[in-house]
Ligand binder design. Structure first.
Ligand SMILES: NC(=O)C1=CN([C@@H]2O[C@H](COP(=O)(O)OP(=O)(O)OC[C@H]3O[C@@H](n4cnc5c(N)ncnc54)[C@H](OP(=O)(O)O)[C@@H]3O)[C@@H](O)[C@H]2O)C=CC1
Ligand SMILES: Nc1nc2c(ncn2[C@@H]2O[C@H](COP(=O)(O)O)[C@@H](O)[C@H]2O)c(=O)[nH]1
Length: 327
């Protein structure tokens, strides 16, 4: 593939402003039957989301995907969310017991609004079969399948019945897939997103590698409907996980879903654990993200998210930060 680039290699080009205040810019996006406040979803990882955060997000109009690492809690989670008239959005794997879980939900008429199939290498028969199984038993659930990194994979999963695909293999902050296997979209995630988006006929969720709020706008420009983010959401007051103090500063843990720490064993480890600086309140970060994206929309010369999709851009090859630290 020619023209390979990543987030930090791209700058979007401003167009004439049509609003008098950034507050006029609407960051909302529709995915499936529902409209959400932001095209952003916190990663379905154990140090990023828990039931409390999921409830806050759903109550306040944000999309969320609950992780799958406490599988026995999922059924009650769906019931609880629906009892509060909130959307229920869960994750599943592809192991044998997950087939039974889907059948159980169908039998008991507990239908999550969104199901994300959360697998490292999503371009596989295992994922195709799980999509078909969900669509057979829970046809009303919106299925997000991934992760993938090629147009062929996007087309195959869409043809199997996926309602959206998730793109990104290896660009994550706690990912070591690229180092341990030599494969993935790490280092060219934005170009891979563009490549996949050209083949897609349904929404794409860009997953991993977002390091600044501007990267959200860039993802939208290159074809994402939604962006999944881990590291920028890690380390908040509300975030699950251990807090430690070092040299008078507070840090919180952030670990990969394929890390030894998550798996409890040293087998097929493709993730690591790190500590990130304590960032304050998640609510403030979400607010800042929304304001920054409103600003992006104004620079795109419009007042809706779609305005970003057609802006021009330049490739500046790793130079936009001029060696400065971002924050
Ligand atoms: N987005 C990314 O870049 C990545 C994300 N992850 C995250 O880590 C978590 C664990 O992922 P995953 O290991 O897939 O989930 P699981 O550990 O649940 O594995 C799912 C099943 O798929 C099999 N499997 C996993 N990887 C492969 C592969 N490369 N080829 C063939 N079969 C495979 C496993 O068997 P077996 O273990 O015996 O091979 C297992 O039966 C997920 O949450 C995932 O999102 C992990 C790596 C990359
Ligand atoms: N290769 C691995 N990727 C992982 C692992 N755990 C999660 N992930 C992926 O990372 C993104 C979040 O990326 P970030 O850059 O925003 O921090 C997440 O959504 C997963 O797709 C892992 O153990 N290994």
């Amino acid at each position: 593939m020619e023209n390979v680039f990543d987030y930090e290699d791209i700058q979007l080009i401003p167009a004439k402003c049509i609003v008098t205040s950034r507050s006029e810019c609407d960051t909302a996006v529709t995915l499936g039957k529902y409209k959400f406040r932001l095209p952003v979803v916190p990663a379905n990882m154990q140090t990023i989301i828990d039931e409390k955060i999921a409830t806050y997000l759903a109550e306040n109009g944000y999309f969320y995907v609950m992780h799958r690492f406490q599988p026995e809690t999922r059924k009650n989670f769906i019931k609880d969310m629906h009892a509060r008239e909130l959307i229920a959005s869960i994750s599943v794997g592809v192991k044998e017991e997950e087939y039974g879980f889907i059948e159980e939900l169908a039998y008991e008429k507990i239908v999550p609004d969104y199901i994300t199939i959360d697998i490292a290498h999503g371009h596989s028969n295992a994922v195709i079969q799980m999509i078909q199984h969900i669509k057979l038993h829970l046809p009303d659930a919106f299925v997000i399948a991934g992760n993938v990194g090629t147009p062929e994979a996007v087309r195959e999963l869409e043809n199997a019945g996926a309602d959206a695909t998730k793109v990104g293999i290896g660009p994550g902050k706690v990912c070591i897939t690229k180092i341990k296997t030599g494969f993935g979209t790490g280092g060219w995630q934005l170009a891979a997103l563009r490549w996949c988006a050209k083949a897609a006929s349904k929404p794409i969720i860009a997953d991993g590698g977002i390091r600044t709020h501007g990267d959200i706008a860039k993802s939208i420009r290159f074809g994402a409907s939604m962006v999944m983010i881990g590291s920028l959401f890690a380390g908040h007051e509300e975030s699950p996980g251990e807090t430690i103090e070092k040299d008078g500063k507070l840090y919180k843990e952030y670990f990969g879903s394929a890390s030894e720490f998550q798996k409890g064993e040293r087998k097929n480890v493709e993730g690591k654990k790190m500590y990130v600086e304590h960032k304050g309140s998640l609510v403030d970060t979400l607010k800042e993200m929304e304001q920054d994206l409103q600003s992006s929309i104004s620079y795109a010369g419009g007042n809706r998210l779609e305005s970003i999709r057609n802006v021009d851009y330049v490739v500046v090859k790793n130079s936009i930060f001029n060696g400065d630290k971002v924050y």
